[in-house]
Design a protein around this ligand. Structure first.
Ligand code: ADP
Ligand code: 5GP
Length: 189
């Protein structure tokens, strides 16, 4: 079966979840790959919708069972990963898989899908704006904000490993640019 995927990676707070949500309104061929995570749900997040929320022990058990296509300890003590069953679930429906993963995960998934995936890096206008957005989102503790910002310089330096970089300065413009590159990719795949 042909598999097609579009993956989004970026430092946390760059706006990839916001862009993906907007993009999903334009295309009905997409289905979001729901990752597993060992972190606690944020207010409003639902199990099986935003993530599969696993306890650290359950996550470890699934790693040992070989259930993950990839997984990363994105922040110390917090793991995130893509379940193989999730890719099969979406491919069986004939849908295009959309991923929202960290930068290492993005590089690994691109390697797995090759030309069947377009890898998009969402670039914040600056680290200062990234910090402002993370704070304004209001979902993270000070410690979590520091952990996220601590990774961002290294992640930004890996943008050239992706097929496309979208600068998320003005949201409408960034969404329009993303929509255009996605349409071009779908037309040739
Ligand atoms: P990520 O999924 O990359 O961690 P989010 O999509 O959660 O990032 O965005 C982080 C915060 O920044 C959210 O509060 C979101 O509403 C806001 N945001 C996203 N894009 C923009 C933009 N272009 N301009 C201003 N705020 C934005
Ligand atoms: P958050 O806690 O803000 O939802 O996500 C934190 C980070 O984990 C984000 O950079 C997000 O893209 C990444 N992430 C979410 N799911 C996965 C996954 O399945 N694999 C990897 N490698 N990273 C993921």
């Amino acid at each position: 079966m042909k598999r097609t995927a579009i993956l989004f990676s970026a430092p946390s707070g760059s706006g990839k979840t916001t862009i993906i949500k907007r993009l999903l309104q334009y295309f009905d061929c997409f289905e979001f790959s729901i990752s597993a995570t060992s972190r606690e749900p944020r207010e409003g997040e639902r199990d099986g919708v935003d993530y599969y929320f696993l306890s650290p022990d359950e996550f470890e058990h699934r790693v040992q069972a070989g259930d993950f296509l990839e997984w990363e300890e994105v922040y110390a003590g917090t793991r995130y990963g893509t379940l193989k069953s999730e890719i099969e679930r979406i491919a069986d429906k004939g849908k295009v898989v959309i991923f929202d993963v960290d930068v290492n995960g993005g590089i690994n998934i691109k390697r797995y899908f090759g030309d069947e995936a377009m890898a998009i890096f969402v670039m914040p206008p600056s680290i200062e704006v990234l910090e402002q957005r993370l704070r304004a989102r209001g979902t993270e503790s000070e410690e979590s904000i520091r952990k996220r910002l601590g990774r961002s310089a290294k992640e930004l330096s890996e943008a050239d490993k992706f097929d496309i970089t979208i600068v998320n300065d003005e949201l409408d413009r960034a969404v329009a640019e993303t929509k255009k590159v996605v349409e071009e990719f779908l037309a040739r795949s």
